[in-house]
Ligand binder design. Structure first.
Ligand code: F6R
Length: 366
């Protein structure tokens, strides 16, 4: 059932070209003219009229919500908040009937997310779900939603569910931007073409797995890691660090790169590996100067770069190339090498990759 792979996690990482295609299947219509999310029919007006969208989730699903914040603000110009379900539910949050809460959950059984939904519902908000498990408790508790169709995820560390969550949330943001008139035609087309090229581009990243494995080997015995990114890649930095922590038990922190000088830079010396997501997008120049700041303090830098990048190669210890795509959907590519890096490091450390200690696939108690 592992399809020839040594672990479910690796199978699921390599399954992403297909799972992402499955998440889009039947949702992008003739000649890329429209997006149809069947499960949201009847609720799309509510979404378009929302005074605010609040994404709730835990762990990796919360990271998908953070990516969605950039997407929904940029493409649909709507007011967005992203909340840990566990904090939201106990905080006496201000919720209005005009709010739309979007709950993100792979399992659909996470206790805190479910409780946060009930609270928002009692306060009159509209609740939409982005779940993988069909008929799950969260899917049933929401008014409407869009399933991931990513197929079952067995490895405890979430990989293909994350990329499918971001894919579905991107489709929602694009459809909403289209509807609200905030998304220019050329950007709309560029994003839809970009989404459709993703499965092939992920294949390309996966073909590079030997290089990622070699880099993992070099850093197998590092005691700490820092992950840095800006913009849409800040949540990817958080996700990369979480993947490494949970399966290799190495301490790792993700930070927005600009926050580094407000504290974490004190950690940097020749023993500190720092992973930058440094692709060619709107924050490229800024991230290059952050890389120089780390190198000036002798940090060892691994950078995820856009293929063909020449500059960063001359500054850092290792680069991992990924294809170019539109910035708003680029987390779907940049997260893949980070998943692989965590996987190889954990395997080389002899960890139980599919079932890391102390973790459960679905957290049904708070
Ligand atoms: C991380 C991971 C967890 C889950 C979190 C939420 O790899 O698997 O952080 O993302 O427990 O789970 P769901 O999405 O099922 O609500």
């Amino acid at each position: 059932e592992k399809g020839g792979y040594p672990h479910f996690m690796l199978k699921e990482i390599f399954g992403q070209p297909k799972s992402i295609a499955d998440s889009m299947r039947g949702r992008i219509h003739a000649g890329n003219e429209s997006i149809q999310l069947g499960g949201l029919t009847g609720y799309f007006d509510r979404l378009a009229d929302a005074s605010r969208i609040i994404f709730i989730g835990c762990g990796t699903s919360w990271h998908a919500g953070l990516v969605a914040e950039y997407l929904f603000e940029e493409l649909a110009r709507v007011n967005v908040e992203v909340e840990y379900a566990s904090e939201f539910r106990y905080r006496n949050p201000v919720i209005h009937p005009g709010d739309v809460v979007i709950a993100i959950s792979q399992s659909g059984e996470t206790a805190d997310t479910l409780a946060a939904i009930e609270l928002a519902k009692e306060n009159g908000a509209t609740i939409l779900g982005v779940c993988n498990a069909v008929g799950s408790s969260i899917a049933r508790a929401t008014h409407a939603g869009a399933y991931l169709h990513a197929g079952p995820e067995i490895g405890v560390a979430s990989t293909k569910a994350f990329t499918s969550q971001v894919t579905v949330l991107a489709l929602m943001a694009i459809a909403l931007g289209r509807r609200k008139g905030t998304l220019p035609d050329h950007t709309f087309r560029e994003l839809l073409n970009g989404l459709q090229s993703l499965p092939g581009q992920i294949e390309q990243v996966l073909r590079n797995s030997d290089r990622i494995k070699e880099i993992g080997y070099i850093f197998t015995y590092a005691r700490n890691f820092i992950y840095l990114g800006r913009g849409v890649h800040f949540p990817v930095a958080l996700e990369g660090a979480l993947k490494l922590k949970e399966i290799s038990y190495i301490h790792a922190e993700g930070y927005p790169a600009a926050e580094m000088k407000h504290g974490p830079i004190a950690l940097i010396d020749e023993d500190m590996p720092v992973i930058f997501i440094a692709t060619r997008d709107s924050s490229y120049e800024k991230i290059v100067s952050n890389i120089q700041e780390v190198k000036a303090r002798k940090g060892r830098v691994i950078a995820i770069v856009t293929e063909g990048d020449q500059l960063i190669k001359t500054l850092v210890d290792f680069t991992i190339e990924i294809p170019w795509t539109h910035e708003m959907i680029s987390p779907l590519l940049s997260v893949v090498p980070l998943q692989l890096l965590s996987y190889y490091i954990a395997v080389m450390r002899g960890r139980n990759v599919d079932q890391p200690r102390n973790l459960a696939k679905s957290v049904t108690v708070e």
